[in-house]
Write a protein that binds this ligand. Structure first.
Ligand code: THU
Length: 138
């Protein structure tokens, strides 16, 4: 898996962010096990709580397309107007980690990046230890 290329696509997805309230724009690129990549950006709402994170936007597109197996996601985010090298690392929120746990195993890779050559790679089991997953119900 090429982290650099996935990060590049996350930066591209970030351009479509709709974040008029927070001014914090996020992009995500989700790699499916079959090699398909789905992009997502955060979509805010005037009522605030219905806002959607970039990661869940990408998962919603992929799952709605019938995808069920995933390898990795790259996430980039920061204040609008700040680009690669100017932003910090934006870690997935708790709700997004829980969405990942619904469809991904513990070895799913989460790449958080500030630039194409400045990133960290985590496993889902590191960012959501002892999580509640579909297996918990059986
Ligand atoms: N946001 C994401 O898109 N992903 C996350 O994991 C954390 C936060 C968005 C939500 C909101 O539109 C903005 O960042 C500020 O919280």
């Amino acid at each position: 898996m090429d982290e650099t290329s996935l990060i590049k696509q996350a930066f591209s997805a970030r351009k479509n962010s709709y974040a008029p309230y927070s001014g914090f724009t996020v992009g995500a690129a989700l790699l499916c096990s079959d090699g398909t990549i789905y992009l997502g950006a955060n979509i805010e709402n005037a009522a605030y709580s219905p806002s959607l994170c970039a990661e869940r936007a990408a998962f919603a597109k992929a799952v709605g397309d019938g995808q069920r197996e995933f390898s990795a996601i790259a996430v980039v985010g920061g204040k609008a107007g700040l680009g690669a090298g100017q932003i910090g690392l934006a870690y997935p929120c708790g709700v997004c980690r829980q969405w990942m746990a619904e469809f991904c195993q513990g070895d799913f890779k989460i790449i958080v990046a500030a630039a194409e050559d400045d990133f960290k790679v985590y496993l889902l089991k590191e960012l959501l230890p002892h999580g509640f997953s579909p297996q918990s119900l059986f």
